[in-house]
Design a protein around this ligand. Structure first.
Ligand code: AMP
Length: 185
């Protein structure tokens, strides 16, 4: 059965890892805007060149770049039977755009999965996994941007029955188990 899932949560919540597992279990593509942008930066494409400085600062990449990217990606044939969005939408404007895009594609999100983890745990996790180009300052900035721009996206979906909040401060297996239960129900 087609599943269309939106993963929300702060950086370090485990969204990418969990989305990958669910993608394999349900055989639906994992669409991570962060992965797509990192690949574009590595390949030095025009998108990558424009996105790089924002990413290095821990800021969001401007919406015009991201909205084109997601529209292209969700128009690929492999997404007709479902998808997992990981890292998108990151602000209310992106969420409103996604609503309109899905209406055009005649699709609906089945679940919005919100992984919750306290800031102090996130900070420790992010510092431990620190990528080469990450500084502590960038990590702190990413968390600030999450609170400022992305938390309002939770409110945006709050009134819909599709929003489910899961405690991400548990073992990886436990989180996978709870996500799978919610997705199957
Ligand atoms: P992520 O791997 O999802 O943490 O994304 C890494 C970085 O890519 C973020 O810190 C942003 O700079 C950028 N990025 C990823 N997704 C988005 C998005 N939906 N909107 C704006 N910037 C994004």
């Amino acid at each position: 059965m087609a599943k269309r899932l939106i993963f929300l949560g702060p950086p370090g919540a485990g969204k990418g890892t969990q989305a990958q597992i669910i993608s394999e279990d349900w055989q639906i593509p994992h669409v991570s805007t962060g992965d797509i942008l990192r690949a574009a930066v590595n390949q030095q494409t025009p998108l990558g060149k424009q996105a790089k400085d924002y990413m290095n600062r821990g800021e969001l990449v401007p919406d015009d770049l991201i909205l084109d990217l997601i529209q292209d990606r969700l128009s690929h044939e492999d997404t007709t039977n479902g998808w997992i969005l990981d890292g998108f939408p990151r602000n209310v404007n992106q969420a409103a755009f996604l609503d309109k895009l899905l209406a055009k594609l005649d699709q609906n999100a089945d679940c919005v999965l919100n992984l919750q983890v306290p800031d102090e745990v996130l900070l420790l996790r992010l510092l431990a996994r620190k990528r080469k180009d990450d500084t502590e300052e960038t990590i702190r900035r990413r968390l600030e941007v999450y609170h400022q721009d992305t938390v309002p996206v939770i409110d945006f979906y709050q009134t819909r029955k599709t929003l489910k909040t899961i405690d991400g401060n548990q073992t990886m297996d436990k989180v996978t188990e709870q996500l799978s239960e919610v997705i199957s129900s």
